[in-house]
Write a protein that binds this ligand. Structure first.
Ligand code: KIV
Length: 278
């Protein structure tokens, strides 16, 4: 099948209906060529605000802007064929009130063409989720370890060490699902807590650092490909792209320095007759 042949696109309704079924496969994507590579293997491509850290070199996701998310969302939409593309709402674009969230979420949908947004869903954004969903904007929630709250949390620690944390994450999940989120990312929580939430909520849970007991899994693509020296405990490296890239670049640098690149195969030897005289 050619890459441009018509494939059935996965919808938020398909994801919602996948609760309790075959695990949902999700990865992050930030550009068109990577989206094209990942698309045949994934149900969801998340244009995560992790782009700020893994592409732009920011220290956290707090500095990510609407413009960054829209630009990367547009690129991913050009590469995706069948996977559902979800775009993260950046910090500061939805927390103030539902109206602010609608303005920014509708802008993301209009300017990227993506059909859904994700937001980090403390209990306080339940009203916002309900308002967006009512007005036609599908929302994926994100509970547990919420990276945009890094400054308030005092670091990126997994959740579920205390009874209070358990109750908090359960409430966040229930409130997001009740408000109409079509799925929930659960990040960095105790595995038993992830299992309980997965049982309690009616929508699929997609885990990252939340055990295999969720309805699906997501990882930051750059992490699972081994593009960084440091990876969190919950990441499994399925490749060592950093080493592969370094090896290829070293080879190129050597060949340039030894004048072995470009070789015969890479040069133009144009016939003089074909050159127009001026
Ligand atoms: O921004 C992101 O990549 C995410 C995933 C970690 C779920 O939110």
């Amino acid at each position: 099948m050619s890459k441009h042949s018509v494939q059935k696109q996965i919808t938020t309704a398909n994801i919602r209906a996948a609760k309790g079924g075959e695990p949902i496969v999700a990865l992050t994507a930030y550009d068109a060529p990577m989206a094209e590579i990942l698309d045949p293997h994934c149900d969801i491509l998340l244009v995560g605000d992790s782009v700020g850290m893994v592409v732009h070199g920011l220290p956290s996701t707090v500095g990510v802007t609407m413009e960054m998310m829209i630009l990367h969302g547009q690129a991913v939409m050009r590469g995706a064929r069948k996977a559902l593309v979800v775009v993260d709402m950046p910090f500061g674009s939805y927390e103030k009130n539902p109206e602010q969230a609608f303005e920014n979420a509708s802008r993301i949908l209009k300017e990227t063409g993506a059909p859904a947004v994700k937001l980090e869903s403390g209990v306080y954004v339940a009203d916002t989720i309900a308002m967006l969903v009512e007005r036609g904007i599908p929302v994926m929630g994100h509970v547990g370890l919420r990276p945009q709250a890094v400054n308030a949390m005092g670091g990126m620690k997994a959740k579920g060490r205390t009874q209070e944390e358990w109750e908090q994450v359960r409430k966040e999940a229930q409130a997001s699902a009740d408000a109409g989120a079509f799925a929930l990312v659960i990040e960095g929580v105790d595995e038993e807590l992830a299992e309980i939430i997965t049982r309690e909520v009616s929508v699929p849970t997609i885990g990252i650092g939340a055990s295999s007991r969720c309805d699906g899994q997501i990882l930051v693509t750059q992490d699972m490909l081994g593009l960084f020296d440091w990876t969190p405990k919950f990441v499994k490296r399925y490749g060592d792209m950093r080493a592969a890239i370094a090896e290829a670049v070293a080879l190129y640098a050597n060949e340039v320095r030894e004048r072995r690149f470009p070789g015969r195969a890479e040069v133009y030897s144009l016939s003089r007759k074909a050159v127009k005289q001026v």
